[in-house]
Design a protein around this ligand. Structure first.
Ligand code: 5GP
Length: 191
C-alpha cells in the first residue's frame, strides 16, 4: 500500500458487536494495515498492556492532551474518556500505511468532520439481544456496566444510517469477508 493510497478506516458500532474480533481478522487478511492504539482513562482489564491495547492515561494526563490539541477525536463513553492521538495516525500514514481506528460512534462522527476522506464502517448486531449475550459472555464488565453499555448501544444504533458502509455481524466469516472487500476496494488492488 503506497503513501498515495494510504487511507483512514473508521470501524464503529456498539460495544459487544464484535468490532475487535472482526478487526483482528481484517489485520490477518490485509497485513499491511496498521491499528491505531487509542488513549483512555479506563482502568486496564486483566491482560491488557499499556501502549499495546491502549495508552492508559490518568484524568489529568488526558485533560492535558486535550489542552495540547493532541487528539484527532475524543469522547466520553460509559464514564471514561477515549481518544485517538494525532501522533498515532501520523506515525502510520507517514510510512504510507493505511490505518484502522476502532472507536465508538461520537468519535467516528468527529473523524468524519475532520477527515471527510476517511472510510466509515458501522458494524451492527443481527438483533439487540445479541449484544447483551456477548457482553455477558465476555465477562469483563459488571452487570451495571453492561446496562450502561446497552443504553449507549441504543443511541449508537439509531445513527447507523449516517455511515458509508454497514455490516451486520451475524456470521463472523461472512462479516470479515465483507469488511475485507470494503477495505480492499478503498485501498486498491496492491494491498
Ligand atoms: P472498551 O472499554 O470496551 O475497550 O471500549 C469502549 C468503547 O470505546 C468501544 O466502543 C471502543 O470502540 C471505543 N473506543 C476505543 N478507543 C476509542 C477512541 O480512541 N476513541 C473513541 N471515540 N472511542 C474509542
Amino acid at each position: 500500500m503506497s503513501g498515495e493510497s494510504a487511507k483512514v478506516f473508521v470501524i464503529t458500532g456498539p460495544s459487544g458487536v464484535g468490532k475487535g474480533t472482526l478487526i483482528k481478522q481484517l489485520l490477518e487478511r490485509v497485513p499491511d494495515l496498521a491499528l491505531s492504539v487509542s488513549a483512555t482513562t479506563r482502568a486496564p482489564r486483566e491482560g491488557e498492556e499499556d501502549g499495546v491495547d491502549y495508552h492508559f492515561l490518568t484524568e489529568d494526563q488526558f485533560q492535558e492532551r486535550i489542552g495540547a490539541k493532541d487528539f484527532l477525536e475524543f469522547a466520553t463513553y460509559s464514564g471514561n474518556h477515549y481518544g485517538t492521538l494525532n501522533s498515532e495516525l501520523d506515525r502510520c500514514l507517514e510510512k504510507g500505511r493505511s490505518v484502522v481506528l476502532e472507536i465508538e460512534v461520537q468519535g467516528a462522527t468527529q473523524v468524519r468532520a475532520a477527515r471527510p476522506d476517511s472510510v466509515q464502517i458501522f458494524i451492527a448486531p443481527p438483533d439487540e439481544s445479541v449484544l447483551r449475550e456477548r457482553l455477558r459472555g465476555r465477562g469483563t464488565d459488571s452487570a451495571e456496566a453492561i446496562d450502561r453499555r446497552l443504553k449507549t448501544a441504543e443511541q449508537e444504533l439509531a445513527q447507523q444510517d449516517d455511515f458509508d458502509h454497514r455490516i451486520v455481524n451475524d456470521d463472523l466469516d461472512q462479516a470479515a469477508e465483507e469488511l475485507e472487500s470494503i477495505v480492499r476496494g478503498a485501498v486498491g488492488p496492491e494491498a
